[in-house]
Design a protein around this ligand. Structure first.
Ligand code: SF4
Length: 348
């Protein structure tokens, strides 16, 4: 069976093909070629050898849905027939130009999956409903970004968030490899500071990631301030409780000009009281944090409800007035089920 060349770091390719590895990376990631035969500066013999043993494309786009807010959800089929979803989020960013005028700039974030299904089993999450199937290889993670890059044909560098299906830190080695492949200067050159690993809070793995000092951001899906409530939402909290996560975040080698992102999925009458906001403030004391408050999006079969706008505003105001930066995240792609916790494996 042919190997997926996207699974190989440049160093690994160097050990096989010497200086040609750099050229290979250039053709695959910068020229976005999908056939070895088009890689003109490689010797014919090498192209034939590559053709025989490797493939470049692995994912098949089965479906592409665009939401009214411009968010696009892709359903990709993997070679073994399993499927994953990937989301492209478009935003407009304003920046001041050289002459002082305000320039509008498109910004893209690709939300990638790292596993088919997930072991964590969060009670609010659709991905969890299908159970865990398997880890994605590094190449399967990388190709989600590459496929979308090929389509966008843009020169703007995208951000990558490991926030799709799966718990990234549960697929640690492939995650780290994907981060390194994506950041390679001869590849897509997506700097680590543009990559965010979102985790449900495996504290030991947060430490492990921190020890590598890759320069990536982390985002923590906190969602509750009491262990009892959090365990109900994220059963894994039994093994890695709130305090252990906060301690691990404090040890993480963070660029202190930036803030650690905490995701807080607000659920009516579960974690939306000012009492919870007060505890949150205390918990994050000493961390340069930013809280992303996310409306819970009800889906079929879920017993939880969306909070009211009023309670959401009060919650955010309470934190902001006391110095904890809190934003209410507009859920992107609600009408195509591309929002947080709504991705899943599908059989078409
Ligand atoms: S929310 Fe994330 S960590 Fe939790 S079950 Fe869903 S995919 Fe897994």
């Amino acid at each position: 069976m042919k190997k997926n060349i996207l699974d190989f770091s440049k160093e690994e390719l160097k050990s096989k093909f010497g200086f040609r590895a750099k050229q290979l990376y250039h053709w695959i990631y910068q020229k976005e070629k999908q056939n070895f035969s088009e890689m003109e500066n490689l010797p014919k013999k090498l192209r034939a050898e590559l053709e025989e043993s490797y493939k470049i494309s692995n994912l098949e786009t089965l479906q592409k849905q665009e939401a009214s807010d411009g968010t696009v959800k892709y359903l990709f089929r993997l070679p073994d027939g399993r499927t994953v979803e990937t989301v492209l989020i478009r935003m407009r960013e304003e920046r001041v130009g050289e002459s002082g005028d305000i320039l509008q700039q498109a910004r893209y974030t690709v939300c990638v999956s790292t596993q088919v299904g997930c072991k964590v089993g969060c009670s609010f999450c659709l991905t969890a409903k299908g159970g865990f199937v398997r880890d994605l290889s590094a190449g399967e993670i990388v190709e989600q970004v590459l496929t979308i890059r090929r389509e966008l044909q843009n020169s703007t560098k995208e951000n990558v968030v490991y926030m799709g299906m799966g718990e990234p830190l549960d697929n640690f080695d492939n995650l780290v490899k994907a981060i390194n492949i994506l950041q390679d200067e001869n590849g897509l050159a997506i700097a680590p500071r543009r990559q965010t690993v979102s985790t449900s809070g495996i504290s030991t793995k947060i430490d492990k990631l921190g020890s590598l000092d890759l320069g990536v951001h982390i985002a923590i899906s906190l969602h509750a301030v009491d262990d009892e409530v959090r365990t109900e939402l994220i059963p894994m909290n039994k093994a890695f409780n709130i305090q252990s996560i906060i301690d691990a975040v404090k040890r993480f080698p963070y660029d202190n000009r930036k803030r650690v992102m905490f995701e807080y999925l607000v659920i009516r009458n579960v974690n939306d009281s000012l009492q919870s906001a007060k505890k949150l403030l205390k918990l994050l004391d000493g961390i340069k944090a930013k809280i992303n408050l996310i409306y819970f999006n009800p889906h079929e079969g879920s017993e939880f409800q969306r909070p009211t706008e009023k309670s959401m505003m009060e919650f955010a105001d309470y934190l902001n007035q006391r110095g904890l930066l809190a934003t209410i995240r507009a859920s992107k792609g609600i009408d195509i089920s591309a929002a947080c916790g709504q991705l899943r494996e599908q059989n078409l």
